[in-house]
Design a protein around this ligand. Structure first.
Ligand code: F6P
Length: 549
């Protein structure tokens, strides 16, 4: 029998980045054997079998049976002064998790060596095994391997210097930034810019992702070439959408007679040589490490537009909010660990109840892009068919993540949530403080509606007329933020990153590769090259659109 010995577990990973003035992290202490998964297969199976065998009481029964349910399943996390001093309440009491399931999921997490995987993540080990890379986004927030944190802080120093120079007029008056990127190089900046518009707007940022020229054209129409900067954001600096849009944006500057068009371009990339080769001056290339994944890159130089719009202090608070979650994630055990507890709920609905989707409704107009952001984070990370060791998975992986904003969604899709035949676990996210200065009635009604939806989903209502009957017993969780600020937004995003990681650990999959996106790209390239053979449908479509294969 194959045996493997695990090294000692790590203590909590210390923080200590130079964004704040605290001390540096100590060297990582975690060492582990390489065959943890092999030794845990049977215990993983036993944990799932046990979880499947547990009774599944209704929400009403759970509340009736446990007077302390709210206290147990509703937790407030304080983010600390450096993150702006606010907190977030996480209320999972209206989900079906109970003590027996928590214990069952704790056993699953132990069988999957959650503590070892977490330490491997935070210590910069190569946990992205298919690509032989670490996943060091937390180092960008000052939490992780000492050398990676130091590197991140040095790179942040470059970004800070450029942001401040631009604010001081080094590139002339800059009123607009066209941020060009796609996927992880665009979704995070777009979300943060939208969400934090009230927290200082040094420049107007327009995020352009789509290769469809309509997107760039619309952004350019809002900007003045004389006062516009272009940020080309691409980890690889090869992505066809981004490079095509970058080329057209450069032409726009040239055609407008801007004296030094390349002097108006900033590159945000893990491939600095390619950016220089493309024509960007080395002084305006802001690199980030290869070990930061695209969909986890908002904290690196990809966050440049956020720093430019908010100012460096605002960006620092954003990083601090995320770091507060990192520290919690690094040290809290079992169900006390909020991202892990959220993953218990996700696995409960996906694997034990057969729910294929999970929805997030932000009762906050400023978070309208959050569902889009979470879609990439969760579906590109965990939409996988094989485990770490390449074996087929034995059940569903990522839930299909979708959502929208309340109250709009109430008048569009909530019918299905309340009475449809699909059970959809829902996350509600809202802020106690309003994001506007209008009549407080707006916010009061918004919050009342948010809480009413969760109550209605759980309680339901019987009617002898089936069409008017609500089954109830439908789960929801609520994340109640004191105020939507750079700190709380950073925390909210980092919480979801770790939740995604925790889900991957429970499933035994690698969340850090994305080979599934490659085939379509290759086929598109082969169409462009010409001469390739396709199925009759594709061939006919190409012909009718005037494109020859
Ligand atoms: O195609 C998927 C993807 O690789 C994402 O993971 C990534 O965020 C996006 O493309 C953009 O890639 P890049 O930053 O290299 O342009």
């Amino acid at each position: 029998m194959l045996r493997c010995t695990l090294g000692p577990r790590a203590g909590p990973v210390h923080r200590g980045r130079q964004i704040s003035t605290r001390g540096r992290p100590g060297p990582p202490r975690f060492q582990r054997g390489s065959c943890a998964n092999v030794s845990t297969n049977s215990t993983v199976q036993a944990a799932w079998d046990h979880l499947k065998s547990l009774p599944k009481p209704t929400l009403a029964d759970l509340f009736a049976a446990d007077p302390a349910r709210l206290e147990t399943f509703s937790t407030r996390l304080e983010l600390g002064e450096e993150a702006g001093g606010d907190g977030i309440r996480f209320d999972w009491s209206k989900t079906h998790l109970d003590a027996a399931h928590i214990a069952g999921f704790d056993a699953l997490a132990a069988a999957r060596d959650f503590a070892g995987r977490r330490a491997a993540l935070l210590n910069g080990e190569k946990i992205n095994n298919t690509e032989g890379r670490a996943a060091e986004h937390t180092a960008q927030r000052g939490v992780g391997r000492e050398s990676s944190v130091e590197e991140a802080m040095a790179l942040h120093g470059r970004t800070k210097a450029l942001v401040e120079a631009i604010h001081e007029g080094a590139l002339g008056p800059i009123h607009h930034l066209i941020h060009i990127g796609i996927g992880g190089s665009a979704l995070g900046p777009a979300l943060a810019i939208d969400a934090l518009a009230r927290h200082g707007a040094h420049v107007h940022v327009h995020v352009v992702a789509n290769i469809d020229g309509c997107a760039l054209e619309a952004a350019l129409a809002k900007a003045d070439p004389e006062t516009t900067l272009i940020a080309v954001a691409s980890k690889t600096f090869t992505t066809i959408e981004t490079m095509t849009n970058a080329h057209s944006a450069l032409n726009w500057l040239k055609e407008a007679g801007v004296e030094d068009p390349y002097g108006r371009v900033v590159a945000l990339t893990a491939s600095p040589d390619k950016a220089v080769e493309w024509g960007v001056d080395e002084t305006r290339v802001l690199p980030f490490p290869e070990s930061v994944g695209g969909r986890y890159s908002l904290w690196s130089s990809i966050g440049f537009p956020v720093a430019l719009a908010l100012g460096w202090d605002g960006f620092t608070e954003f990083l601090e909010g995320a770091a507060a979650i990192d520290r919690h994630f690094a040290s809290a055990e079992g169900a006390e660990n909020l991202p892990l507890r959220a993953a218990y709920g996700d696995q409960f609905y996906s694997r034990l109840m057969g729910c294929q989707t999970r929805a997030c409704f932000a009762y906050d107009e400023r978070l309208a892009l959050l569902p889009d952001y979470l879609q990439q984070l969760e579906m590109e990370s965990n939409g996988k068919a094989v485990t770490f060791d390449g074996a087929p998975v034995d059940g569903p992986t990522s839930a299909i993540t979708w959502g929208g904003v309340g109250t709009d969604a109430q008048h569009a899709v909530f019918q299905l949530l309340h009475q449809g035949t699909h059970v959809v676990p829902v996350d509600f996210i809202t802020s106690i403080a309003p994001g506007h200065d209008l009549d407080p009635a707006h916010h009061r009604i918004l919050l009342m509606n948010c809480f009413a939806q969760g109550a209605a989903l759980m309680a339901g209502r019987h009617s002898d007329d089936g069409a008017r009957s609500y089954p109830g017993n439908r789960p929801s969780a609520t994340m109640l933020i004191d105020d939507l600020s750079p700190g709380t937004l950073g925390a909210l995003i980092a919480f979801h990153e770790h939740r995604t990681f925790a889900n991957a650990v429970l499933l035994g999959i690698n969340p850090f590769d994305q080979f599934g996106v490659e085939l379509g790209k290759e086929i598109a390239k082969s169409i462009e090259k010409g001469g390739a053979q396709f199925d009759p449908s594709t061939t006919a479509l190409l012909a009718e659109a005037g494109l020859s294969a």
